[in-house]
Every structure is written in structure tokens, then in C-alpha cells.
Design a protein around this ligand. Structure first.
Ligand code: NAD
Length: 428
């Protein structure tokens, strides 16, 4: 059997949806490859005086609806195929939430944990130097992704401004608050996903206090989500990180877990001895250590993958007990797993909708950078809610009208919006 890759998995959904919306064959090919795939080597002189070389990518999938937009990841496994898939997902995502951007993604094949802070800064600045002509507030506006953060965004903006002798806060988003960032960007991905989940629960007349939630990943997306849900009365029964997870049918207090993670480096740290966890701090007798694989198959109502891609597959989809899956991670579910979940009536709120809060607040940051305004946290929150609920409504309606899964419906909504802009530009 041919092994799938991130991009072939993207194409599998893409082609299924293109068929459903009956594009004429010539038009289909317009979506099959990115508009531009820029590749280069980043060469830095390390602190030891030796040269280090890292392959780097900026893949620009589609800009019919606005400037290219998408994060830059620093990861030893980042390769062209993965970055291409993420760029394509970004184009669908910006169209689903109807913000005036296209889709792109960047990557540097590097393990930043093996570099000093000075070397990481050099990689960041060199990335801008090698791709400068392809970047800019009206051309392509990057953001953070895996292993990149506000400091890195600040260095990139500074490098760009030096090279172009301009003031360009809108050339990149996810910047520190003190250097052109937006309030609410740090919690935006979880907040956006929370608005959708809450709307779904309301519409289905479910009671949050009956909803048991398991969350894989306790980083930016997962930890904030756990806190929002806990505060609204949901029962967060399990959380995990790269070291493993903890489970309690009675519920876990994510604020306490965050504190212990900060101290011990893991959500499983300190609490657990063998397979039974120290309950003193949490007033629970039955907190258990679990693996990440066990977390996915727990007896719960809502499952939130918020860590890695490709974790819900043909191998475990049949054993998933949750009725609802909210994809905060990008690409957590394979197309084969999607089919199994559909058969089992599991509703999946797909990544291109569920985690679009991050790029939406990036758009707010870009707008503030261009206008010189500073929005309050309340304004950001209100506008984010409106964007997310409008997108959810459009996807829900499409799913109902066309009898599609939410992933197919989200792709359908996004592709049609892209096509409208492509038609105006004479690309079709
Ligand atoms: P993060 O680095 O802040 O957190 C990642 C979490 O995943 C950490 O808790 C880490 O321990 C855990 N993890 C790592 N390896 C794991 C493994 N093998 N098993 C289980 N857990 C593991 O990253 P993040 O920003 O929270 O991003 C998480 C996911 O959400 C990614 O897929 C990312 O692309 C997606 N996402 C994030 C944003 C955002 O704004 N942060 C926006 C859109 C999508």
C-alpha cells in the first residue's frame, strides 16, 4: 500500500470535495499544487565558529483572497511535503473564517533545542534575509508555529524593517505585546474552538456539566482550552503532554495542573507514583496515569486532539468512544479514520474550522498594525466570537444541505470562496 503523507492526506479530502462540488476537470488542477514553493538553505555561523546549514521553506498555496498567511515552524522533521500540506490547510482555513488572506506556511529543518538563543535568533533573521522578496504586509505575512514564538516574530520583523528600510508591524503576527502584538493572540486558538464547542453544546441542548472531555496536548492550544472548559463547568477528565497523561473520571483542575506542569515540566509530574497518582493536592482518589494512546480511546463525550497530526488513524478510530471531536491540532485525523468516525456517527469539528481562532486574531493584529490602533481584550474577544460563529453556521448549513461531514462542508465553503476570488482574477 502506498504510504500517505501530509499532502496526500490533504489531497484526499480535497479531491473528494472537488468531486462533490462538481468542478470541471481543468479547474481541479488549479488546487493541486501551491502557487509558489520557495526553498533555500539557511547558513549561520554557530557560537563555536562553525557553519551550520538548515533547509528552509516558504510555501505559498493560494493568494486569490488576500496576502499569503501562515506560520513558520522550526522542527527537525519539517520538510517540503509537510509545509505544503499546512500551507494548503491555511488557505482553506482563512476562507472558512472569511478573513482577507490566502494560505502559506514556512518551515526550517532544525532542532532549535540544540541551538543557543543567539543561534536561534540568527536562524530567524536569516530566514527573513533569504525569503525577504516574498514577504511583506501585502504579500505574505508569517506567524508563529511549532517551536517559534513572539521573540522570534520580533526578530523577524526587525530584520525585515532593516532590509526594507521601512516601518512594517503588519509584516508578521504573533509579536510580543510590547512590539506590535495583539491582546488575546495567546489564547485565540483555544478561545475560538471554545466558542464553537459551546455553540454546538447549546444547539444540541446538552448540559456542559454532563460533558466529559479528554484533551491531548497541554501547550498553548490544549492548556487554555482545558481552562476555558473547566471554568464553564465541563468535566475535563484527562489531559496529556509528550510524557503521557492523567485521567480522573471525577474531573481534573487544569489550573492546578498548569502550575505543576510549570514546576515539574509535565502534567504527569509529581502527581503520580507508579500507575496511581498522588491525590492530596487534587482531592481525588482515582487519578491515574495513562498513555497518549489510551487518552484517545477513553470513555468520554468530547475528545480534543491539541498536540500532533496523524493521531486518529484507521488503527484506533474504531475504538474511539467520544461522540464529538474538536480538532485544535492541525491534521490529527487521517482520511481513513474520518470514514470510520462517520460510520460510527462521531461528529468531527475539523481543524480548518476548530483552530481558526489563531489566524483570526492574527488578522486582527495585522489590521491593528496597519491602522495603528490598539484594540481592547473585550473587542478582540467579541469580534473573534462573531467570526467563529459565522464560520460555524456556514459550515453547518453546508453540511446539512449537502449531507456532508463537517470537514467536507468546511472544505466546500472554503473552496467556493477561493473560487469566487479566483474567477474575478481570471484564474478559472
Ligand atoms: P505547543 O508546543 O504549545 O504544545 C504542544 C503540546 O503537545 C505540548 O503539551 C506537548 O507536550 C504536547 N506533545 C508533544 N508531543 C506529544 C506527543 N507525542 N503526544 C502527546 N502530546 C505531545 O503547541 P500548540 O501551539 O498548543 O499547538 C498544538 C497543535 O495545535 C499543533 O497541531 C498546532 O499546529 C495546532 N495549532 C496551534 C495554534 C496556535 O495558535 N497555537 C493555531 C492553530 C493550530
Amino acid at each position: 500500500m502506498k504510504t500517505s503523507t501530509p499532502y496526500t492526506r490533504f489531497q484526499s479530502t480535497l479531491h473528494k470535495v472537488l468531486k462533490r462540488i462538481q468542478l470541471e476537470s481543468g479547474q481541479n488542477t488549479l488546487f493541486d499544487e501551491p502557487q509558489y514553493a520557495h526553498k533555500n538553505n539557511i547558513v549561520i555561523t554557530g557560537d563555536d565558529g562553525l557553519q551550520k546549514t538548515f533547509p528552509a521553506f516558504r510555501i505559498q498555496y493560494n493568494n486569490a483572497r488576500g496576502p499569503f498567511k501562515g506560520g513558520i515552524r522550526f522542527h527537525e522533521d519539517a520538510d517540503e511535503d509537510e509545509v505544503k500540506a499546512l500551507a494548503a490547510l491555511m488557505a482553506i482555513k482563512t476562507a472558512v473564517v472569511n478573513i482577507p488572506f490566502g494560505g502559506a506556511k514556512g518551515g526550517v529543518q532544525v532542532n532549535p533545542k540544540g541551538l543557543t538563543k543567539k543561534e536561534v535568533q540568527e536562524v530567524a533573521r536569516e530566514y527573513v534575509r533569504v525569503f525577504q522578496e516574498h514577504l511583506g504586509p501585502d504579500i505574505d505575512c508569517p506567524a508563529p508555529d511549532v517551536n517559534t514564538n513572539p521573540d522570534i516574530m520580533a526578530w523577524m520583523r526587525d530584520e525585515y524593517e532593516k532590509l526594507t528600510r521601512s516601518y512594517a508591524p503588519a509584516m508578521i503576527t504573533g509579536k510580543p505585546l510590547s512590539f506590535g502584538g495583539s491582546l488575546g493572540r495567546d489564547t485565540a486558538t483555544a478561545r475560538g474552538g471554545f466558542f464553537i464547542l459551546q455553540e454546538m453544546v447549546d444547539r444540541l441542548a446538552l448540559d456542559p456539566s454532563d460533558m466529559r472531555v479528554a484533551i491531548q496536548g497541554f501547550g498553548n492550544a490544549g492548556a487554555h482550552m482545558a481552562r476555558f472548559l473547566h471554568n464553564e463547568g465541563y468535566i475535563v477528565v484527562a489531559v496529556s503532554d509528550s510524557q503521557g497523561g492523567i485521567y480522573s473520571p471525577e474531573g481534573i483542575d487544569p489550573v492546578r495542573i498548569a502550575k505543576y506542569k510549570e514546576k515539574t515540566g509535565s502534567v504527569t509530574g509529581e502527581y503520580c507514583e507508579g500507575s496511581v497518582c498522588d491525590t492530596g493536592r487534587m482531592n481525588m482518589d482515582d487519578v491515574k496515569k495513562i498513555t497518549n494512546a489510551q487518552l484517545l480511546e477513553l470513555d468520554c463525550d468530547i475528545l480534543i486532539p491539541a498536540a500532533l497530526d496523524n493521531v486518529i488513524t484507521a488503527d484506533n478510530a474504531e475504538r474511539i468512544k467520544a461522540k464529538y471531536i474538536l480538532e485544535l491540532a492541525n491534521g490529527p485525523t487521517t482520511p481513513e479514520a474520518d470514514e470510520i468516525l462517520k460510520k460510527n456517527d462521531v461528529r468531527v469539528i475539523p481543524d480548518v474550522l476548530a483552530n481558526a481562532g489563531g489566524v483570526t486574531v492574527s488578522y486582527f493584529e495585522w489590521s491593528q498594525g496597519r491602522s495603528g490602533e490598539q484594540w481592547t481584550a473585550n473587542i478582540v474577544d467579541e469580534r473573534l466570537k462573531r467570526v467563529m460563529l459565522d464560520a460555524y453556521k456556514a459550515v453547518r448549513r453546508e453540511a446539512r444541505r449537502k449531507e456532508m461531514t463537517y470537514r467536507e462542508a468546511a472544505f466546500s465553503v472554503g473552496i467556493k470562496r477561493m473560487m469566487d476570488a479566483m474567477a474575478v482574477r481570471g484564474w478559472l
